[in-house]
Design a protein around this ligand. Sequence first.
Ligand code: ATP
Ligand code: MG
Length: 392
Amino acid sequence: MERVLLIKYGELSTKKGNRNFFIKTLYDNLLDKLKDYNVRIKKDRAHMYIEFNDNELDDIKRVVDKTFGIHMYHIAYVLKNDVEELKKELLEVVKSKKFSTFKVVTKRSNKNFPIHSQDFNHVIGGLILKNIDNISVDVHNPELEIKIEIRENNTYLYLDSYQGSGGYPVGTQPRGMLMLSGGIDSPVAGYLAMKRGIVLDCVYFEAMPHTSIEARNKVISLARKLSSYCKVINLHIVNFTPIQEAIYKNCREDYCITIMRRMMYRIMDKLCNSHKAFAIVNGESIGQVASQTLTSMRVINSVTNMPVIRPCACLDKLEIMDIARKIDTYETSILPFEDCCTVFVPKHPVINPRLDTAIEEENKFDYEKMIEEVEINTIKVFEKEDSFSDLL
Ligand code: ATP
Ligand code: MG
């Protein structure tokens, strides 16, 4: 019996004018991720159908699970719109399942089909009760829900339903630039931003030789994990060493972190402009550290007019960690390689910095020139282990 993976769209079904664009984006995303498999994808206004080979189903499900814009999906049997044949095939499928209570739910969008939905529920219910022993109907809490959708050309029968990952398809929003450190929060922020449809580029500030090649590789692996939710990720690696050293040489120690972050934001602003990105995204969480108090955020944020999206802003660390585990970035994030922020931590960073003091301190060196000349290398990171373009 032929089966398809039947996809029901997520929130995009509420986007009236943009509907076709949303569906087309989801379709393109699935097509790209499934290009190595033997599939055919069809779409209409309410559903998408993936025809697959049985031996590839598990892999295909893994891809679908990571594709945003899907509310639910089902493994559905494709049956003919013929009452007698439907009864026969349906019984065969249901017989292969173990259950003691069940319920039949029919939807009939094909009004030419001779039996009304409610009546068809009874026909099928009766048929099952007659042919399978020791079972009963339970309309409130059935072990097996038998869903039948009678459409124009075919009837779809499904017993297995799966929750999709929700959100909007990646690409329904323009590009955003994620500040990706090796920590726990920023990959989670990237995941949540992509879930809203944002195309993500990542930016990593490194300070070699104070930070190690292992720290960079860790960020590349995190970017790779994130790339399983989209087609590819451009990872921009910023050589932050000269600026960071200048800050620590010239500025007041307690303001070093504030100023370092103002420099990062300035470089982010520059990267957004040169790569047509519409927002900075980062893993800041209100109150987590000195640089993430509201006072600090205001002083740091004032160097850019770009919107700064902070998906973790209002989450507790434990909530962020739960998402990190779910998206499988946690174990990589906790590897102990030092990042440029942890190498240069002052003993007592200012918690409530003043904007005038920050400006006064950073004006002690020619940061504008340094930002203009900052060295940035970009690599493309794909989900598949061996396929990223090497640095340099
Ligand atoms: P995370 O917050 O991801 O666990 P972290 O705790 O090392 O990492 P914080 O000091 O909390 O980072 O910094 C807040 C945010 O600033 C990070 O979530 C990240 O978005 C950004 N950030 C910090 N350091 C870097 C870096 N070296 N490169 C890129 N972005 C960074
Ligand atoms: Mg953090």
